[in-house]
Design a protein around this ligand. Structure first.
Ligand code: AMP
Ligand code: GLY
Length: 413
């Protein structure tokens, strides 16, 4: 099959690697130096690539209607149209649709007026959860116990300075507690089929300290999260959402990414995204035994018939991030060691990299590389990932040392 992939991150590198390993011919726009080693890179526009299947990686082009443009040309596309994409394009819209469908989630209020928002924050003792309404690359959320910090965050967001128009509405939510879980669900417009669960690490520093990022690492499978819990999440959160979409005339064909908190009252939705998670894809997709591209073709055609099957081995990915990420990432540093031959079971997925005129690999974005390793269990995968990343370096490289650590300790206990 000829497949066109839109995107340039670690998620797209992992998807392309899976497609290529099953013998598909892949063209990517805009791609990155890692993807360029295994697929054709197109100068764009994406709509002009001739392919049997179009896979759109990031949320922004989906929110902008790229899937609609392609479907108007009778192309088979993985990714919702502008209608379904509002789920990620507006947190206020997402919360509204979750309440109409009775899906378990944090209670919330929406504000556009700073005075009213501050008055609300003054009415209770945190923790405070404040979210920018529009797209903010995972960085528009503040969770804090400090009321003064919450008040200045809300005031800055509503001034439109922090995220421009995306920030002029905020959602203030009830704080939930528990372990987080990412469940990627393939959706063909009428049903959802879950992939193996993963866990992501959102904060920049160890022990979940520091600001939120797009994700600093991930692992799959997740100890303690078995088929029963996945079925419960599908039944209580995913199927009602798909039914609500159908009531509203939305034919959602693509990935529904459920971000959940496993609270003492059961799993509750933190958010839904409209695409594969990054870096969750890097640990979930390489664990799929059968041909993912074939299943995605069924997603785009409107009827999933093939069940994804998973290898029993575990995968861990550790993100190597640029100096200054997530607030002000610095680009330009020279990367060494990322293109050397790798041990068996290790892949380095590129994200924020570019090639200089003289052929050097340079840092060009916040999240730079994903060092991804497979092992017979999480402990072996984690050890191999950290051993392998020791060979890679660039100036002021940042990474977390505790990716999958507590899950390994839980397994040991
Ligand atoms: P989001 O962009 O909505 O996924 O939020 C980013 C991160 O903020 C989540 O992964 C959680 O770690 C945290 N978070 C979001 N909403 C809540 C909530 N209601 N209670 C506690 N933590 C939250
Ligand atoms: N890993 C979080 C996300 O993809 O949004």
């Amino acid at each position: 099959m000829k497949i066109a992939v839109y995107g340039s991150g670690g998620r797209e590198h992992a998807l392309v690697s899976s497609f290529v390993s099953h013998g598909h011919q892949v063209t990517v726009f805009p791609g990155n130096p890692g993807i360029a080693t295994m697929a054709d890179i197109s100068p764009g526009p994406f709509e002009e690539i001739e392919a049997d299947l179009y896979v759109i990686g990031p949320e922004a082009p989906l929110v902008d209607g790229l899937a609609d443009t392609l479907r108007a040309r009778r192309k088979l596309v993985v990714g919702p149209g502008r209608d379904g994409a509002q789920l990620e394009g507006s947190k206020a819209w997402m919360k509204e649709i979750l309440s109409s469908a009775n899906i378990p989630t944090a209670s919330f209020r929406t504000f556009t007026d700073p005075g009213a928002a501050v008055e609300y924050l003054n009415s209770y003792d945190g923790p405070y959860v404040i979210k920018t309404d529009g797209l903010a690359a995972g960085k528009g959320v503040l969770v804090t116990r400090d009321r003064d910090e919450a008040i200045s965050d809300v005031t800055e967001k509503l001034s439109g300075k922090a995220f421009g128009l995306a920030g002029t509405t905020v959602v203030i939510e009830e704080a939930m507690e528990g372990h987080e879980l990412s469940l990627l669900v393939l959706c063909d417009g009428s049903k959802g089929v879950a992939l193996s669960p993963a866990q992501d690490f959102k904060r920049i520093y160890d022990d979940d300290k520091g600001p939120n990022t797009g994700g600093m690492g991930a692992f799959s499978p997740v100890p303690g999260v078995g088929e029963d819990l996945v079925s419960q999440i599908l039944r209580d959160s995913v199927e009602p959402l798909i039914a609500e979409f159908r009531n509203r005339g939305i034919d959602y064909r693509g990935v529904l990414y459920a971000g959940l908190m496993l609270t003492i009252n059961g799993p509750r939705i933190v958010e839904f995204n409209i695409r594969f998670g990054d870096p969750e894809t890097q640990v979930v997709v390489p664990r799929i035994k059968n041909d993912l591209a074939r299943i995605l073709f069924e997603v785009a055609s409107g009827e999933i018939r093939t069940r994804p099957e998973f290898i029993s081995e575990a995968m861990v990915t550790v993100v190597l991030a640029a100096d200054g990420y997530p607030l002000a990432p610095k680009s330009g540093a020279v990367i060494t060691g990322a293109e050397a031959p790798l041990p068996d079971g290790v892949q380095v997925f590129h994200a924020g990299t570019r090639r200089s005129n003289s052929g050097e690999l340079l840092v060009s974005g916040g999240r730079v590389l994903n060092v991804t390793a497979k092992g017979r269990d999480l402990k072996a995968a984690r050890a191999l990932a950290y051993r392998s990343l020791a060979a890679i370096s660039f100036e002021k490289m940042q990474y977390r040392l505790d990716i999958a650590l507590s899950a390994c300790e839980q397994n040991d206990a």
